[in-house]
Design a protein around this ligand. Structure first.
Ligand code: HEC
Ligand code: HEC
Length: 356
């Protein structure tokens, strides 16, 4: 797919030094600017796909496209590629007029992404960068639109500010580094790029799902509308604690503890264990929505990925953590009770040295 740039060396053998320099310049330029657009075969199309790698990485997508084509004799990959460009290409009138992303930031974000993120999150955002095989938890596959550490309702898309926070602070206890040294402007560009590839991936996944359901080429336009609607900043709403924080005291902690361990109550202990070590009776055998094993968090180190503020804990407990077995408790408890749970969780911090 990437065009060959060595024609100039062939045409001017007498000036091969210069030509070589020019070729290197163009190859470098192409890598920098073309690579982000390059739809790697592991994202679309079956050629060149190494089955072992596919099995190991979180990219069931390609195989699904190939299976669909085999089952229904409908060539989905080229149609998908065309529709993806039509609705989610950076020149796409549909995308631009939707106002869902800032196109100018996406372009700049792409450059920073290729520098800082691609090694883990992969060039298409599928989380299958070269470093992924060594990492646990795995770098996020953005292409499903699912984000774990959000301030929005369960199952909702993240706010730009949620992604900004993740990039700025990193995710404690995982390999996701913080990027405080990247300027604030560039971090906002990265946010737009991450949102962009997440939407585009989600669109392709949704179109594929519809194709399977309807056993024909999907209505791509409808799929695009659904995805744009989900990401629309008018639709994405933050959840705030319903009441301001209650007193952090021994009584509140004790009420929180009682709920935490009560099998008829919040029953957090079933996963997190009575002492919060992540060793409850239901802790084993859990997986996340990307299909990988996931342990309930050990709460003793006191580092939280959604943020260190009490309000961040309040939100994680009330809305759950998308893509993981950590459920949403919104509506199940009164706001005071959620604050009691927050206080109990906070009281666990540092209780046992805290191996992560
Ligand atoms: C060394 C590997 C590594 C690098 C480099 C890296 N990440 Fe991550 N990233 C991770 C891991 C691992 C996770 C998942 C952590 C988890 O599931 O708790 C993650 C998760 C994320 C998430 C998802 C948070 C959520 O709510 O689900 C975002 C957004 C993100 N990274 C953005 C970036 C951006 C932008 C860059 C580059 C500026 C970057 N990452 C660089 C490893 C990395
Ligand atoms: C079904 C199992 C399950 C139950 C029940 C459960 N959790 Fe979790 N919890 C998890 C898993 C899994 C994670 C790790 C998610 C991740 O980061 O990948 C987690 C993570 C957390 C975190 C870390 C959030 C962060 O920002 O890093 C907190 C705090 C937490 N749970 C508190 C609770 C409380 C309080 C309850 C009860 C009200 C509870 N959990 C019930 C499975 C569970």
């Amino acid at each position: 797919m990437i065009v060959s740039h060595n024609t100039s060396t062939r045409r001017h053998p007498e000036r091969s030094g210069q030509a070589l320099a020019a070729a290197l310049f163009w190859i470098f330029g192409a890598l920098l600017f073309v690579a982000p657009f390059y739809r790697a075969p592991d994202a679309l199309g079956e050629e060149g796909l190494d089955a072992g790698r596919n099995a190991e990485m979180d990219i069931p997508f390609t195989q699904d496209v190939a299976d669909f084509t085999a089952d229904f004799e409908i060539d989905l990959a080229p149609a998908m590629e065309e529709a993806s460009e039509e609705f989610f290409g950076l020149e796409s009138p549909t995308l631009i007029s939707s106002g869902v992303i800032h196109a100018a930031r996406v372009r700049s974000g792409e450059v920073s992404y290729m520098r800082h993120c691609v090694g883990c999150h992969g060039s298409t955002g599928d989380g299958a960068g070269p470093a992924t095989r060594y990492l646990d938890p795995r770098p996020r596959n953005f292409r499903r639109g699912v984000f774990k550490f959000t301030s929005t309702v369960s199952g909702g898309r993240p706010l730009p500010a949620d992604i900004f926070k993740t990039i700025t602070a990193g995710l404690a206890g995982s390999s996701m580094p913080d990027f405080r040294l990247v300027s604030e402007e560039r971090r906002w560009d990265l946010v737009e790029y991450v949102r962009y590839i997440a939407m585009r991936g989600e669109f392709e996944q949704l179109a594929l799902d519809i194709a399977w359901d309807e056993e024909e080429l999907p209505d791509f336009e409808e799929a695009a509308e659904i995805v744009l609607e989900r990401w629309s900043l008018k639709k994405v709403k933050a959840v705030y604690p319903a009441i301001s924080e209650t007193d952090y005291d021994a009584d509140s902690i004790e009420r929180g503890r009682a709920m935490f361990v009560d099998a008829q109550g919040a029953n957090c202990a079933s996963c997190h264990g009575n002492g919060g070590a992540g060793d409850g009776p239901a802790a084993d055998g859990k997986t996340d929505d990307w299909g990988y094993p996931l342990k309930p968090r050990d709460l003793r180190p006191g580092t939280y990925r959604a943020g260190q503020e009490p309000a961040d804990l309040y939100r994680s407990i009330s809305t759950g953590i998308n893509g993981t077995p950590m459920p949403s408790y919104l509506g199940a408890f009164e706001p005071e009770q959620i604050w009691d749970l927050v206080h109990f969780v906070q009281s666990l911090a540092g209780t046992d040295g805290g191996a992560r």
